[in-house]
Design a protein around this ligand. Structure first.
Ligand SMILES: NC(=O)c1ccc[n+]([C@@H]2O[C@H](COP(=O)([O-])OP(=O)(O)OC[C@H]3O[C@@H](n4cnc5c(N)ncnc54)[C@H](O)[C@@H]3O)[C@@H](O)[C@H]2O)c1
Length: 247
């Protein structure tokens, strides 16, 4: 195993979930010295933490709460002395429905976690680390933010906005050693996709020429963007989708 994140400290949201826990395991394998695992759900975080064998802090955090996000990141910086990597990975999906069947709450709930939550994370990272050292922020967007996903308008719109928000933030902080990039996964089986109706997953799978991926197929991209290997890359949306977005 390479040690591309040797000695670094990191903060990962959605860490009790499928991709977030895979990112945590990959970071530990790449030499991260200390990690905050944050999620709305407490259950699952301890299980992930016990696997890792490094200094780990678990934090119950609702990413829609900006003050709580500021506090959690500031605590991490104080405890670890610095924060090198912040992964805004928490996400939820909107109901599988066309626009006329969606409520305003359906739309707002999806935007609140995926977009506002990412804004809160980037803001918290910048507030805590600006002028103190180098920070790499990686936001989990989606190919749904690059291609039109029917029955998924709030989620697609929120993820598209995450990509563009990240580009603007990247430009604003490029001279201050703070990078902001996105990964854009294709669909992969997870707790999130388990909620889709029967048949929807098969339709999605059939649209990936390279077949369905797994969370483990995505973590290499996150490690790359988190590490100094990508030190001259910012504002980028790295697509990892088994060819989904090619046709
Ligand atoms: N699974 C896919 O097909 C797919 C495809 C593209 C992008 N993504 C994105 O990948 C990321 C991870 O999703 P996953 O597939 O691992 O799903 P998941 O449901 O396993 O993980 C998402 C995690 O986010 C947490 N979360 C939800 N709302 C939160 C909040 N308000 N505050 C804090 N945590 C919250 C959940 O508790 C969960 O643990 C998400 O951003 C998702 O949109 C997933």
């Amino acid at each position: 195993m390479s040690q591309r994140l040797l000695g670094k400290t990191a903060f990962v949201t959605g860490a009790a979930g499928t991709l977030g826990s895979a990112i945590a395991r990959a970071f530990a394998g790449e030499g991260v010295r200390a990690l905050v695992l944050a999620d709305l759900r407490e259950d699952g975080l301890d299980i992930v933490a016990k696997e890792l064998g490094i200094e780990t802090v678990t934090a119950t955090l609702d990413v829609t709460d900006g003050d709580a996000f500021d506090g959690a990141v500031a605590d991490a910086v104080e405890r670890f002395g610095t924060l090198d990597v912040l992964v805004n990975n928490a996400g939820n999906v909107s109901p599988n429905a066309r626009v006329h069947n969606l409520s305003t709450k359906d739309f707002d709930d999806c935007v609140a976690v995926n977009l506002t939550g990412t804004f809160h994370g980037v803001r918290a990272g910048v507030r805590a680390m600006r002028g103190r050292g180098r920070l790499s922020i990686v936001n989990t967007a989606s190919v749904a933010g690059l291609t039109a996903w029917p029955y998924c308008a709030p989620y697609s719109a929120a993820k598209a906005a995450v990509i563009h928000f990240s580009r603007v933030a990247a430009l604003e902080y490029v001279k201050e050693d703070i990078r902001v990039n996105c990964v854009c996964p294709g669909a992969f089986p997870s707790t999130l996709t388990n909620g889709l109706p029967d048949g929807a997953l098969d339709v999605l799978a059939s649209r990936h020429p390279g077949g369905f991926g797994t969370a483990e197929d995505l973590v290499g991209a996150v490690v790359y963007l988190a590490s100094d290997e990508s030190r001259w890359t910012t504002g980028h949306a790295l697509v990892v989708d088994g060819g989904y977005s090619l046709p």
